[in-house]
Design a protein around this ligand. Structure first.
Ligand SMILES: C[S@@+](CC[C@H](N)C(=O)[O-])C[C@H]1O[C@@H](n2cnc3c(N)ncnc32)[C@H](O)[C@@H]1O
Length: 253
């Protein structure tokens, strides 16, 4: 069961430096805006990744941060590399300046976040099935959704896909975004979780388990949860695909 514990904001704590988590210290050290000095996504990430952290073998982040980005170059890739001691960290960016000496266990795929060949390269650098995918790239809804749709089948079972900075999904002038597009995307994922392996019709719920053969689509069978947390959406993949009729639950009574 996924839970996010937010007790006291570290940035409000009187002894702030002493209470900084390891992840936050790394965020501040490398200069990513995910730290408590800015978006404070680290607080959510610690809870979100707590269970899978020891077993994470690879992570892909869309948006590595090149020299044209106001933050530090490849800051979050270095943070993740240090925090996941066994993981290969793959950055995808359309700015070639993200290439360079990024230290061990960091790999870079240059290209647009919707380029299939770039994403294929990133997946292969990540060993074929990344445990975590984070989209901190264009923040353009159309591109974020296309990237999700292409990469979701590659995410490892039990993996987590995060779309950051969802406040940007509303910002029409800067990103040309239409929130309706993102709402449609999110609501579809939530619907796929809600139906819990059943076919939805206008018939009574009691009929649903008696229905004949039907197929579940990719998201109906593989999305475990959709979580919105302060500027991010996290979609978790099931450990194994759900069967039509959700026989696991039926068998368990
Ligand atoms: C916010 S920065 C990433 C910051 C980094 N994740 C960090 O926390 O340190 C966004 C990056 O996304 C890249 N980007 C923007 N649009 C993109 C696209 N369509 N395809 C690939 N990368 C893109 C930019 O070049 C920029 O380096």
């Amino acid at each position: 069961m996924l839970s996010v514990h937010v007790l006291q904001r570290r940035s409000d704590h009187p002894n702030r430096d002493e209470t900084l988590s390891d992840l936050d210290k790394l965020a501040l050290q490398y200069g990513t805006d995910k730290g408590s000095h800015h978006h404070n996504y680290v607080e959510t990430y610690e809870s979100l990744f707590e269970d899978i952290r020891p077993s994470v073998k690879s992570l892909i982040e869309i948006g590595a941060g090149g020299v044209s980005y106001k933050g530090e170059r490849c800051a979050s890739l270095q943070m993740w590399r240090d925090w996941f001691p066994d993981a290969v960290v793959v950055g995808v960016d359309n700015d070639p300046t993200v290439q360079g000496d990024n230290g061990p266990r960091i790999q870079i795929a240059i290209g647009d976040q919707t380029s299939k060949s770039t994403l294929d390269l990133a997946v292969s650098m990540a060993g074929g099935s990344p445990n975590i995918i984070i989209d901190d790239g264009s923040h353009i809804n159309r591109l974020s959704i296309a990237t999700f749709e292409y990469l979701w089948p590659h995410l490892a079972d039990g993996g987590i896909y995060v779309i950051e900075d969802t406040q940007c999904t509303y910002t029409m002038p800067v990103f040309g975004n239409d929130r309706v597009e993102f709402d449609r995307f999110l609501l579809n994922l939530i619907r796929c979780v809600d139906v819990n392996g059943r076919k939805v019709t206008d018939r009574d719920i009691a009929d649903l388990n008696k229905m004949g053969d039907f197929a579940l689509n990719t998201y109906e069978s593989t999305v475990q949860s959709v979580l919105a947390v302060r500027g991010m959406v996290a979609v978790t993949k099931r450990q194994r695909p759900l069967s039509p009729g959700n026989t696991e639950v039926a068998a368990a009574g």
